[in-house]
Design a protein around this ligand. Structure first.
Ligand code: FAD
Length: 496
């Protein structure tokens, strides 16, 4: 409530925030978490908590009156539709040059993501987090993160035969015929549950196409892993529909201003609480926006000049390929990706073979590539517009397109196939307007010390994807989790 004091406040309930809360609670500290999204515990009008990807509704988007689907078109036709403004689960946040997708609710991105749980190759780690000792990450913190997240592998013999992974096997065939390495990647979706769904012995989630707006079964999201264990300590309280707008110094403490929202996004109350320590875990964009504003407006003037810098899109770019009629990708496609084409070393691209769970045969292969795009943007405070801007430009995706083409131009030449032009507009090949993987903005060992302590303010910390300087070489949440495990262990040992 207004005027309350707490020892520790955590802003955001995604990966960084969840690790922070669990480990502090286990160390005997009482933790209060604030989350601007909903709790996602109550079924909607259809009896389900989360809507299907094929039928977006009021639950799907964060405070929008029209859907903003990543694949905006189908067979060339726009598919977005009007929805009531609601504190929905997926935020399509628009900056001038890029659309950034993020999860909103208790569990953050774990509610909406594909669950691909990838540890970077060790030889690539030096470029991901140059100031971190790889030995401690690969010996201790990556294994710890993988265990807590419930990372598991698909049973390959089942994968080889089941209808719902035909799209992935077609992806493998084409990759291998062009000489590319193809790897099965681990996931946090419960693969035994998926077997039951596919066999018709359990309610369907992934196999029915649930993903972008939440999974009703099978996905081991943070509320089932880290946050469940955090709550079980009895020391962690989580308050949804509360958005932090300011943090300032108040003596030896910090004063935190919080807006309470209703489910239509209207502010119903503004409260101030004080905390001895504040952990920023609002995600790369959320944390960077807050810190950029607080430094520029004089609320936290001693933050250093690295705040807002080093932001990247993890090199995300999407594309589809049109297969021949004898290469159908299947009418039933599970929404959980399990495989990728690895051309990182030679071409700078790791391409996830992604589902197109439309329910009909499309003869399309669809890919989300992670590339070595070197471009980095920065967040700045726009006082006139009272908002934080991001300097990313759409043209900065060109290196990503070029790197993805090292894979798909070759496959198309070998297979005698072409790119799909109907998925992102009319005659548009590349999905170069978006990212699922925002990273950076408060980079480790620059805006913070080498363990996430913000320079200039004892007791303020960054614990999320904002620490990673723009590229993780693979899907990022395992690295965000492992880095948070590393940093909180040190903070508990030295600061408490
Ligand atoms: P987040 O998980 O984004 O959590 C931040 C939380 O803070 C959110 O819940 C947000 O609502 C809250 N918040 C923000 N601002 C405030 C505020 N001012 N006050 C209160 N609360 C606030 N990664 C993978 O590794 N594998 C995948 O397969 C994968 N697929 C993806 C698919 C999609 C569609 C998307 C959108 C992302 C995907 N990702 C994937 C990315 C992954 O989900 C993110 O990298 C990860 O969630 C980031 O973790 P985080 O802790 O930095 O922040």
């Amino acid at each position: 409530g207004d005027g309350a004091h707490v020892p520790v406040l955590v802003i955001g309930t995604g990966y960084g925030g969840s690790v922070t809360a669990l480990r502090l609670a286990q160390a005997g500290v009482d933790v209060h978490m604030l989350e601007m999204g909903q709790a996602w515990e109550t079924p909607g009008s259809d009896g389900k908590i989360f809507p299907n990807t094929r039928t977006p509704d009021y639950r799907s988007y964060w405070l929008r009156t029209r859907t903003k689907q990543p694949l905006s078109n189908f067979l060339g036709f726009p598919i977005d539709k009007d929805v009531p403004r609601h504190a929905g689960i997926l935020d399509a946040e628009e900056f001038a040059g890029i659309l950034v997708y993020q999860g909103r609710g208790i569990g953050g991105g774990s509610l909406v993501n594909g669950g691909m749980a990838v540890t970077p190759r060790r030889e690539n780690f030096g470029a991901v987090l140059p100031s971190v000792d790889p030995a401690e990450m690969y010996d201790v913190y990556y294994p710890r993160a993988n265990a807590e997240l419930g990372v598991n592998h698909v049973d390959q013999s089942w994968w080889e035969s089941v209808d719902c992974y035909q799209y992935a096997r077609v992806g493998r065939k084409h990759a291998q015929r062009s000489g590319f390495a193809f790897t099965l990647v681990p996931n946090v979706y419960d693969m035994n549950y998926m077997k039951q769904e596919a066999a018709g012995t359990a309610p369907q989630s992934a196999v029915a196409g649930e993903i972008l707006y939440g999974n009703n079964h099978g996905k081991k999201s943070l509320p089932k892993t880290y946050l469940a264990r955090a709550r079980a300590t009895g020391r962690v309280q989580i308050t949804p529909l509360h958005r932090v707008t300011s943090v300032t110094r108040a003596g030896n403490r910090y004063a935190v201003v919080v807006e309470q929202l209703d489910t239509s996004g209207t502010v119903t109350a503004t409260k101030t609480v004080t905390a001895d320590r504040v952990f920023f875990a609002a995600g790369s964009v959320g944390t960077s926006k807050l810190l950029t504003k607080l430094k520029a407006t004089g609320a936290l003037p001693n933050l250093n000049s690295e705040i807002g810098k080093g932001w990247g899109d993890n090199g995300n770019v999407m594309c589809g390929r049109a297969n021949h009629l004898w290469d159908p990708t299947g009418t039933v496609q599970t929404s959980i990706p399990t495989a990728g084409i690895d051309n990182w070393a030679a071409g700078g691209a790791f391409a996830e073979v992604a589902p197109l769970p439309t329910g009909i045969e499309t003869w399309a292969s669809f890919y989300l590539s992670i590339t070595k795009n070197p471009n980095r943007a920065r967040f700045t405070w726009n006082a006139a517009a009272n908002r934080v801007d991001l300097s990313w430009q759409t043209a900065w995706k060109q290196p990503s397109i070029d790197m993805a083409k090292t894979i798909f131009d070759k496959i198309n030449a070998k297979e005698g196939t072409i790119y799909r032009t109907d998925l992102f507009g009319t005659y548009k090949i590349w999905g170069d307007h978006l990212t699922y993987h925002p990273l950076g903005g408060a980079v480790l060992n620059k805006a913070t010390d080498n363990h996430g302590r913000l320079h200039g303010y004892p007791g303020l910390y960054v614990m999320d994807g904002a620490l990673i300087p723009g590229n993780a070489s693979v899907n990022p949440f395992v690295t965000i989790t492992a880095l948070a495990e590393r940093n909180i262990e040190r903070i508990i040992a030295e600061d408490l």
